[in-house]
Ligand binder design. Structure first.
Ligand code: MG
Length: 383
């Protein structure tokens, strides 16, 4: 039995509609928007949390800074993207949110999230049964990428009685009625889920319920994908994290634990109960692949700006600026990526020092993102 009913037709249509723009070539109208005078030989990648936003509040003159990258008619003139480890929603939805927050038109293509590289795993897992973990809409994100047999860990947990002994204490998760539980579809779904191996787990965004998610992930990983079955030394199903940020700057006055902290907790527990150490892969910043992908995306924007044909292997960029607040993620990543990356560290988030970071010194340190954009445009003669 295919698992098609796990993703309702409605949610599939919704995900497709939400995400379609990411896969569409940039329209000619956007190309026309980009056409203009001498094309710039530089691009910019902005981190979001702690640079442009704190929670949902713009900081550091971010709206004004972004507006400088458009001409007086609101047309984009400098290729830039958001390169964030955040996520949990589709890129197209995030682009709409960011457009509203900053008052500029942002395309889905300009939003590169921590989980965006999971798209490259579609060929391997397209029809395989996988579980997606995290806040927001992790399963919708994955199905929008092309994964056809994906279930959120919320829905997965719902299929097993008593898998989380604390569930009754968690008022926020008890939102399915007994009628749901008794319906034919849910019964069929539960039977399918309980008898089919989970072939991979993807941590798409921050786990909302660490105790439940660590428990269920350990169940999946040490039984070869069948919680409740005998624990044996089988091949651990692959485990992917969208990123490995230990901490990040949110609305609270001090840093909050990120996905890297969740990974440490899971790893520590798994390694305490299982003879073989946890195996996992993290994508997102500071991995070199995240910066390579960012360069490719910026190249797509650029291609459309100066001509209709592709640049092939030749990068049009002499400099790519990474503006971030976290030395161990944004700055370290740009440094590892090497040419043509140039790192700029702001003091509005994780880093607040007077000088430069001692472990991962940036090429330039400024107070705010507005200062960073001012510096770039002056240096490039585009102000
Ligand atoms: Mg940040």
């Amino acid at each position: 039995m295919a698992l098609q009913f796990l993703i309702t037709e409605h949610s599939r249509r919704q995900a497709k509609a939400l995400f379609a723009p990411l896969f569409c070539p940039i329209s000619r109208s956007f190309s026309r928007h980009l056409s203009g005078s001498k094309p710039p030989s530089f691009g910019i990648a902005f981190d979001i949390d702690g640079v442009l936003l704190r929670g949902n509040t713009p900081i550091g003159g971010s709206s004004e800074a972004l507006k400088r990258l458009y001409d007086h008619s609101g047309t984009l003139k400098i290729p830039y993207i958001f390169l964030t480890n955040g996520g949990g929603i589709c890129e197209s939805k995030r682009a709409l949110e960011l457009s509203k927050l900053f008052g500029v038109k942002i395309l889905p293509l300009q939003v590169v999230q921590g989980h965006s590289p999971f798209q490259q795993l579609v060929n391997r897992f397209e029809y395989r049964f996988v579980v997606a973990v995290g806040k927001g809409e992790p399963a919708a994100v994955m199905s929008a990428y092309g994964f056809k047999n994906v279930l959120s860990i919320d829905d997965y947990a719902f299929c097993f009685d008593d898998i989380d002994p604390l569930a009754s204490q968690k008022k926020w998760v008890v939102d399915k009625t007994s009628d749901d539980r008794d319906s034919f579809e849910d019964q069929a779904r539960r039977d399918y889920v309980k008898s089919n191996k989970v072939e991979a787990a993807f941590i798409v965004s921050d786990s909302v319920d660490w105790s439940r998610d660590i428990q269920i992930l350990c169940d999946i990983l040490r039984t070869g994908g069948l919680p409740g079955s005998e624990i044996k030394l089988v091949q651990q199903p692959p485990l992917y994290f969208a990123h490995d940020d230990l901490e990040y700057k949110a609305a609270f006055s001090t840093e909050r634990f990120g996905m890297g902290a969740f990974r440490i907790a899971l790893q520590s527990i798994f390694n305490s109960i299982h003879p073989n150490p946890l195996q996992y892969t993290s994508v997102g910043k500071p991995n070199r692949s995240a910066f390579k992908n960012a360069e490719t995306v910026l190249g797509h924007l650029y291609d459309q700006r100066i001509s209709e044909h592709k640049f092939a292997d030749i990068s049009p960029f002499k400099t790519l600026y990474m503006i971030g607040d976290n030395p161990s993620v944004d700055i370290s990543g740009a440094q590892q990526a090497g040419y043509p990356w140039f790192s700029i560290l702001t003091r509005t988030g994780v880093f607040k020092g007077k000088g430069n970071d001692s472990k991962f010194p940036a090429d330039m340190v400024v107070d705010t993102v507005e200062d960073a954009v001012e510096y770039i445009l002056k240096k490039e003669g585009s102000s």
